[in-house]
Design a protein around this ligand. Structure first.
Ligand SMILES: Cc1cc2nc3c(=O)[nH]c(=O)nc-3n(C[C@H](O)[C@H](O)[C@H](O)COP(=O)(O)O)c2cc1C
Ligand code: SF4
Ligand code: SF4
Ligand code: SF4
Ligand code: FES
Length: 621
């Protein structure tokens, strides 16, 4: 039980030594560290860790080698990862079958297993260390600082890496000065809206009440987004610390984590962290002898996108149906159970300890003038390096997509990047050199959003992309107000007509009219921004809409109703592979005798024939 800052310092000092010794081998041991993020866990990293433990014991190495699981390394498409210290050797895409070889060759003989190292895609050179990979070179980690390094289930590891130093400093300051420090850092909320965090705290600080609350928004409903999940999985201590600093600053003694139930690993690690901090006296009454009381609780969300909207979230915590409330009053004045409440995103709170530890000026020196610090993005879609990256604000999209993301796979051409999820829009080739920040993204016709970034190539149909997001929004609309409930449904119907060749120019014009109605009349930002993906695809790819409507053609050859599979008789070698693969037996021909032919009337456009033809004879027209 830590009763004072002196006791915390002494403990942190011991933990830091232990932690450093582990990585430098000064403790006389080697350390095997595995990624225990959800992505790698789903590729058996827990079983791989068990196999390491088993073999280490069998080989009598238990006193010489430790095995530890940490959070996401970021480079999820290359997981599961295994790292060996003190050499700092990184093995990628490790399977359970590889463990024997790593133990025999690396742990016992001291040699690197070359075949499991990264290979530079351009030079073919093998890369041993994580920091030498292009994926990491331009990153700057603040919210993800300790992710992939500490064991998120061990408070000592977190302390060994500097946890609670921000809180410790905050507790020596007046609450108003903590608010000012956050204001001066320039940090803006990472949950999507980009509202200055310090200003929000100022409002809550100024609200008089017998009880105030801090709520951490870990709902994360954007398709393709996993920033908040990874932060909670990789370092829950930082998010709790950020919440406590917020609580101290505004005068709140209770905090709630709202995390979707589909994130069991994150919830479990959060629970463990809260238990360990409570045991150490870092949560509870009179924390570190400062007189500050704070307790954190967890509430699970059922996975509704609208429950990420702060007032719907508050309703959900209160046990009511997750529907947005009219604003004002804003939560900072009247929030949870009618009390002043600040709702902050996971990444925002995870950045707060760093700001208090390193100072507002240092934080504000990173990024751009109006968007300071760093931003975490979940890179996905048609990109070589799928994963989680944290870059200084001001990094260009080109750097993000090509230098870090490794460009577009299979030599295809970049077409667009969707940022801001279903509330955002797409950015194209002409925006690639735009420095990423809140204002530039809006100016370019999209928004930063919470960090989902989905890359599309020449094979994506942008009308189909708009339809995908509208389907999502239509499903997720809570139905409380009619512009959104009815408007999103009507827009989806029009997009369905267009993608099946039944759309008219009148429909096309109506899309814009309904978009405007949704934007101006909806109660919450879900409806207000629902049409953004449609409007931005129209702005950049109007010709694709017109091709669907006027020529009944899908230029990217995606929309099933507008394409036909066809066998080129000049290329067909009469092998019959396509006919054997066709699930509806609609391809006829005699093996070795006649060219094969598709009966279009029964074709369900599954693409199996194309995938099975080795001679490129099946084409889409
Ligand atoms: C439909 C909808 C979904 C949202 N989902 C999230 C979410 O999953 N996580 C989040 O932090 N903010 C989400 N927001 C934004 C929140 O309402 C709120 O602005 C945010 O949590 C404030 O935190 P910040 O200031 O730290 O960004 C959503 C907003 C809307 C309209
Ligand atoms: S805009 Fe949509 S999600 Fe928001 S309150 Fe209205 S119906 Fe519900
Ligand atoms: S698989 Fe290709 S080559 Fe063989 S029969 Fe079908 S179309 Fe012709
Ligand atoms: S697309 Fe599918 S259903 Fe159509 S011909 Fe090819 S295999 Fe058969
Ligand atoms: S989950 Fe393992 S690298 Fe992301």
């Amino acid at each position: 039980m830590l009763k004072s800052t002196e006791e915390l310092d002494a403990r942190a000092c011991a933990c830091t030594k232990q932690f450093d010794d582990k990585f430098t081998g000064k403790n006389g041991k080697r350390a095997v560290v595995l990624c225990g993020g959800t992505g790698c866990l789903s590729s058996n990293s827990a079983e791989i860790a068990d196999r390491f433990r088993e073999l280490i014991e069998e080989n009598g190495l238990t006193s010489q080698v430790t095995v530890n699981q940490v959070g996401c390394f970021g480079y999820c498409s290359m997981g599961p990862f295994v790292k060996i210290y003190p050499e700092d050797t990184l093995y990628r895409m490790v399977s359970i079958e590889d463990v024997d070889e790593i133990v025999d060759k690396d742990l016992i003989e001291g040699q690197v297993v070359e075949r499991l190292l990264f290979e530079d895609p351009e030079t073919g050179e093998k890369i041993t260390r994580q920091d030498d990979l292009n994926f990491y070179k331009k990153q700057h980690r603040i919210a993800l600082e300790a992710c992939g390094i500490i064991n998120p289930e061990e408070i000592d590891e977190a302390m060994g890496f500097g946890a609670f130093k921000g809180l410790e400093r905050a507790l020596t300051m007046e609450p108003a000065d903590v608010v000012k420090e956050v204001l001066d850092s320039g940090i803006r909320g990472r949950g999507g809206g980009g509202f200055p965090t310090g200003r929000k705290w100022q409002f809550a600080y100024a609200s008089e009440a017998d009880q105030k609350y801090v709520v951490c928004n870990g709902d994360e409903g954007d398709p393709g987004a996993f920033m908040d999940r990874s932060i909670l999985e990789g370092n829950p201590f930082a998010v709790i610390e950020g919440m406590m600093i917020a609580g101290y600053a505004i005068g709140a003694s209770e905090g709630y984590f709202y995390v979707r139930a589909e994130y069991p690993v994150a919830v479990n690690r959060l629970r463990i962290a809260i238990e360990q901090m409570t045991k150490e006296g870092l949560l509870g009454e009179n924390i570190l002898g400062s007189g500050f009381d704070f307790m954190a609780h967890i509430r699970l969300g059922a996975g509704a996108f609208v429950c990420g909207e702060e007032t719907a979230l508050l309703n959900s915590i209160e046990g009511k149906r997750g529907m947005p409330r009219p604003r004002p009053p804003f939560p900072a004045v009247k929030g949870l159970w009618g009390k002043p409440t600040i709702v902050n995103n996971v990444e925002t709170l995870a950045s707060i300890p760093y700001i208090l530890r390193e100072g507002a000026e240092h934080y504000a020196s990173m990024g751009t003038e109006k968007s300071t610090g760093t931003k975490v993005f979940a890179l996905g879609g048609k990109i070589n390096n799928v994963g989680l990256v944290e870059v200084p604000m001001g990094t260009t999209l080109r750097e993000l997509i090509y230098d870090i993301g490794g460009g577009i796979p299979n030599g295809k051409k970049f077409k667009a990047i969707q940022t801001g999820g279903p509330s955002g829009g797409c950015l194209t080739e002409e925006d690639l050199d735009t420095p990423i920040d809140f204002d530039n993204m809006v100016e370019a016709g999209s928004m930063m959003g919470s960090g989902g970034a989905i890359v599309m190539d020449e094979d994506n149909c942008m009308v189909d992309v708009a339809k995908f997001y509208m389907e999502f929004i239509c499903d997720e609309s809570c139905g409380k107000c009619s512009p959104c409930r009815i408007g999103t449904k009507r827009m989806l119907e029009i997009l369905e007509k267009i993608t099946t060749g039944r759309g008219t120019m009148k429909d096309f014009d109506e899309l814009e009219t309904i978009s405007e109605a949704c934007k101006t009349n909806s109660l919450c930002a879900l409806g207000q921004t629902a049409a953004n993906p449609v409007l931005s695809t129209i702005a950049h790819f109007k010709d694709e809409y017109l091709a669907h409507i006027q020529d009944e053609k899908c230029p990217a050859k995606v929309c099933k109703k507008l394409i036909h599979y066809y066998i080129d008789p000049d290329k067909c070698r009469k092998c019959s592979a396509c006919s054997r693969a066709c699930p509806v037996e609609t391809i006829s021909g005699q093996p070795g005798k006649t060219v094969f032919k598709i009966d279009q009337s029964r074709c369900i456009k599954c693409g199996m024939c194309m995938a099975s033809c080795r001679f490129g004879a099946v084409v889409i027209i």
